[in-house]
Design a protein. Structure first.
Length: 484
């Protein structure tokens, strides 16, 4: 399954249909490259977990056979390890069940002294390439999904260290491992064991390191979105990002702008949303200077930062309202992207802008029919207080233009209508630039975070300009095209 987000900022990669096989044949002693040997015995799940605690696991990949009902083909690392075991792993894999399908796992114990648990994962067909119907690189996605499934099984067995087969794409393997092990259990008394992950062998070590950075960046966004709203207030959100960027002070500046600064900037649209809550609004501004040319126009990221969205006076249904703690997914995504850019030392200038506040109902909150003024002087009639994201973003986007950007990328959990249109399979993209769209589309194929271009027809403009009291309305007047 995947973490539900209109941004695709967070992913949970799991495989199902796992099988367990315990090697306990006296004729197949455990092998060790360190000169030790032992045999294993079957045990109950609980006692086995106790025995495995503190041990090391190994994840190896197998490709599906090109022939129907043919034998699976190990990766290079898997084949080398099978030879150390004199072919016993491939024999066990054959007799323990049908060939592994992609994303499925099979577990073996007691085959090797150095690895208490060996998880074989199905990678699907080798060299599948880009699937034009699925809009992603199937080879990369299969590696991520399979490795994530294997790491989850290792974690469930309380094995605390695991080596991962690069599976032909060390970066994708690292991403799958770190993403698959993510669990927000910070506030629970009983937590899942922390699993230390490392590459099996040295093939692709630089790509592996890059994958770790990518995945940790995504997990930062997931952490911010999963944490409860009383723990991630606007102020706390900004502080967390500031702490994450402290190690890059030579080329990163973080400005946590307070309410008085927002007022001085005449961001009336943003302030109208924030005034319903006792939590003070924050405008987080991040400058990453990675280019050797300090005057190079920046790429500006703008992220919606509603740390909790009740809907305001136009209140949301109570069912699943707790999920609205993740309504700052846009802010979480763009801030995590900048942290990742700093880690990767990307040679470009980036500015991140996130208006942070809560959208609550109170005697001070926006009322349907209220008119507010944005930073650019235009007035907006607020007919639906639950359409608050566009209100806070309006002021941030106006401010973004002051930096003479090369491009602006705005990320937000907008809207319910988009979810109806695309579900959780892809992120909707509105853009006036074919060049930028092509870059985003190609990146989505490589990352597996799929995007789908939405229309920016003039046909939709009248829906928001046909307004009784102001220049614009914050919702469309017709039933269809709510996301547009």
């Amino acid at each position: 399954m995947r973490l539900l987000s209109r941004l695709g900022s967070g992913r949970v990669l799991l495989g199902g249909g796992e099988a367990l096989f315990v090697a306990s044949m006296a004729s197949w002693p455990a092998v060790s490259t360190r000169g030790r040997s032992s045999t294993s015995t079957t045990s109950t799940t609980s006692s086995r977990r106790r025995l495995l605690a503190g041990k090391e696991g190994l994840i190896l990949g197998v490709f599906a056979s090109e022939k129907e009902n043919g034998a699976s083909q190990f990766t290079g690392a898997g084949d080398a390890f099978d030879k150390i075991l004199s072919g016993k792993l491939s024999q066990l894999l054959t007799i323990s069940g049908p060939p592994l399908k992609k994303g499925k796992t099979r577990i073996f114990h007691g085959l090797h002294q150095d690895f208490s648990t060996i998880v074989v994962v199905g990678l699907g067909k080798k060299g599948a390439g880009v699937n034009v119907l699925e809009n992603w690189d199937e080879d990369k996605e299969n590696v991520r999904t399979a490795v994530a499934a294997g790491c989850r099984k290792v974690q469930d067995l309380e094995v605390t260290r695991v080596e991962v087969d690069p599976c032909g794409d060390a970066q994708a393997a690292a991403e799958g491992a770190i993403l698959g092990l993510f669990e927000y259990d910070e506030l629970k008394y009983k937590k899942k064991p922390v699993v230390e992950v490392q590459l099996h062998g040295s093939d692709g070590i630089e790509a592996w390191k890059k994958g770790l950075i990518y995945a940790k960046g995504q997990n930062l966004a997931r952490y911010l979105m999963e944490a409860p709203a009383n723990h991630i207030t606007p102020t706390r959100f900004a502080t967390i990002i500031e702490e994450k960027l402290k190690g890059f002070s030579s080329n990163v500046n973080v400005h946590i702008r307070d309410k008085s600064w927002i007022e001085a900037q005449e961001m009336g649209s943003f302030l109208s949303v924030a005034k319903g809550s006792d939590e003070l609004p924050v405008f987080l501004e991040i400058h990453y200077k990675g280019s050797s040319d300090a005057n190079e126009p920046p790429l500006v990221f703008v992220g919606k930062g509603i740390t909790f969205d009740s809907g305001g006076i136009s209140i949301k249904p109570s069912a699943n309202m707790d999920a609205m703690r993740a309504d700052m997914g846009g802010a979480a995504t763009i801030c995590s992207a900048i942290v990742t850019a700093a880690e990767l030392k990307l040679p470009l200038n980036i500015i991140g802008l996130t208006p942070l506040c809560e959208n609550l109902l109170s005697g001070k909150a926006n009322k349907p029919g209220d008119v507010v003024k944005a930073k650019n002087g235009k007035t907006i009639q607020v007919d639906n207080t639950d359409a608050e994201g566009r209100l806070v973003l309006a002021d941030a986007l106006c401010y973004a233009h002051s930096f003479n950007p090369r491009a602006i990328i705005d990320a937000a959990t907008l809207t319910g209508a988009m979810d109806v249109a695309l579900g959780s399979a892809a992120t909707g993209v509105f853009t006036n630039s074919d060049k930028l769209w092509n870059h985003l589309y190609k990146a989505s194929i490589l990352t597996g975070d799929r995007v789908w271009r939405m229309p920016l027809f003039e046909h939709y403009t009248k829906q928001v300009t046909d307004c009784q009291l102001a220049d614009l309305n914050n919702i469309g007047k017709y039933r269809g095209g709510g996301a547009c």
